[in-house]
Design a protein around this ligand. Structure first.
Ligand code: GLU
Length: 476
């Protein structure tokens, strides 16, 4: 325990920003311009439901418009408030800059518990909220493009896109007004799992660098690593699923709202997810052991800890007791600024949120580009690519016949080589490339500068330098 005061989420983001700019040579005016949130719109609107009028409060914050459109999800939660939305909008600015997605930062939120409402009621509420934002160009393909966040998903995005279409009947690019839509309503393959996939790609890239693995006191590859995941929502579920099914990680604990499941031999992520969907929590799941006090499990022994739920879960109260040598922040802001300092001093390696969970906005960018180009990725070139590959395979087979079938071309090679890349393969390739490149930009600073001892500061330095360059280019 410590007697220090815990900063709020917003203060945490500012503290981390300040720590980074102290190492930069920005003019104080520009520093302030980048740090502050440009605008926050608050709306209170009424919807008649269940025989009476219910009033809802919603926000859309625009942190930085150095690039437009500005981008960021809309969250549905009773914990939503202006400071939270502004902190999240700031993180979006830095996140987009770090992964070179050409957007400014924004975020939205609606104070609502989505589990309290029926689907048709949620549709009415969402359409009404969207109406308020669209009216003010706070949803617009060229200016402000929301996406899913906690408590929202493709269903809400489809309603928002349809609402925009009703109000902007002549906008040919209406589909680009929001991302994370269902594939049959202008979405893109691979968006739903993109954030979890990005967490996987981030860890894969981390484990390509022996120096970085050693910095966390780990060794070897991802194979066999013990992983604790907090939150089996969209991000945590996909990250845990891919890491266990494709990289050989063992998910030794899953922490959920009602408690945690532990199993040293590795939990079956798919089965746990299905159990939660049917029973509303992890209690009673027939595999592993159940612990009511989930927060304690965060402190348990593992190789990798993945907080994929709320902000502020690792704080001044528990930071000292966190034993994981490597933490990857799949959620936004799960580690407070105070906890970050304690963990840094302990030598814990933290892969920061603005990088770790950037897979979502990266694929959102691909979706937006697809919407503006009005064509699915791969549609033009795929068969041409296959035809050219076929030519090579035919030629190899002809040469092989000429030498009496001396080579044995494996059927697996032929099948894989002949298949041209479809939209999903292209999205994955673009996401993987983005995650690798951004990681390398961070680690160059992490290892290259004596005054930078952690990845978060390195991430801020890369991001802030890029935002500053945009402002300078605009003449500010
Ligand atoms: N809500 C996600 C995030 O925090 C995705 C944002 C987006 O795709 O615009 O990064």
């Amino acid at each position: 325990m410590t007697d220090r005061k815990e900063p709020t989420f917003r203060e945490s983001v500012d503290l981390m920003f300040n720590r980074a700019v102290a190492l930069m040579d920005l003019s104080p005016g520009l520093e302030e311009k980048i740090r502050v949130c440009n605008a926050t719109y608050t709306v209170r609107f009424g919807v008649r439901l269940r025989g009476q009028i219910h009033t809802f409060t919603g926000y859309r914050s625009v942190h930085s418009e150095h690039m437009e459109p500005v981008k960021g999800g809309i969250r549905y939660s009773m914990a939503v408030h202006q400071d939270e939305v502004e902190a999240l909008a700031a993180l979006m600015t830095y996140k987009c800059a770090l992964v070179e997605v050409p957007f400014g930062g924004s975020k939205g939120g609606l104070r609502i518990d989505p589990r309290e409402w029926e689907e048709h009621e949620l549709e009415q509420i969402t359409r009404r909220f969207a109406y308020e934002l669209i009216k003010r160009d706070l949803i617009h393909p060229a200016q402000n493009v929301p996406a899913p966040d906690m408590g929202t998903g493709e269903r809400e995005m489809a309603w928002i896109a349809d609402q925009y279409k009703r109000m902007a009947t002549t906008d040919i690019n209406y589909r680009g007004c929001v991302t994370g839509k269902p594939v049959n309503a202008g979405g893109i393959q691979g968006r739903t799992e993109a954030t979890g996939r990005g967490v996987q790609y981030a860890l894969q890239e981390f484990f390509r660098h022996p120096e970085d693995i050693a910095a966390a006191g780990l060794s070897g590859t991802l194979d066999g690593k013990r992983v604790i995941v907090q939150g089996l929502g969209n991000v945590g579920y996909h990250a845990a699923k891919f890491l266990s099914e494709e990289d050989g990680c063992k998910i030794t604990a899953i922490i959920e709202r009602d408690g945690a499941l532990l199993d040293d031999t590795g939990l079956d992520v798919e089965a746990v997810r299905n159990w939660i969907a049917r029973h509303g929590g992890v209690e009673g799941y027939p595999g592993g052991s159940f612990v009511r006090e989930g927060a304690k499990v965060l402190e348990g022994a593992c190789d990798i800890l993945i907080p994929a739920a709320l902000e502020g879960v690792i704080n001044l109260e528990n930071a000292e007791r966190i034993t994981a040598p490597l933490i990857i922040e799949a959620a936004n802001g799960p580690i407070t600024a105070g906890a970050d300092e304690i963990l840094r001093q302990k030598g814990t390696v933290i892969i920061p949120d603005m990088y770790a969970n950037a897979g979502g906005v990266t694929v959102s960018y691909f979706e937006w580009v697809k919407n503006l180009s009005h064509i699915r990725f791969g549609r033009i070139g795929r068969r041409q690519e296959e035809a050219r590959h076929q030519l090579i395979v035919n030629e190899l087979e002809r040469l092989n016949r000429g030498i009496g079938d001396a080579w044995d071309i494996s059927p697996d090679f032929k099948q894989k080589y002949l298949r041209g890349a479809g939209e999903l393969e292209l999205v994955r390739s673009g996401l993987d490339d983005t995650m690798r490149t951004a990681y390398q930009a961070m680690r160059e600073i992490w290892h290259g500068r004596e005054d930078v001892t952690d990845l978060r500061t390195a991430a801020y330095l890369v991001a802030i330098a890029r935002v500053a360059a945009s402002y300078r280019a605009m003449g500010l």
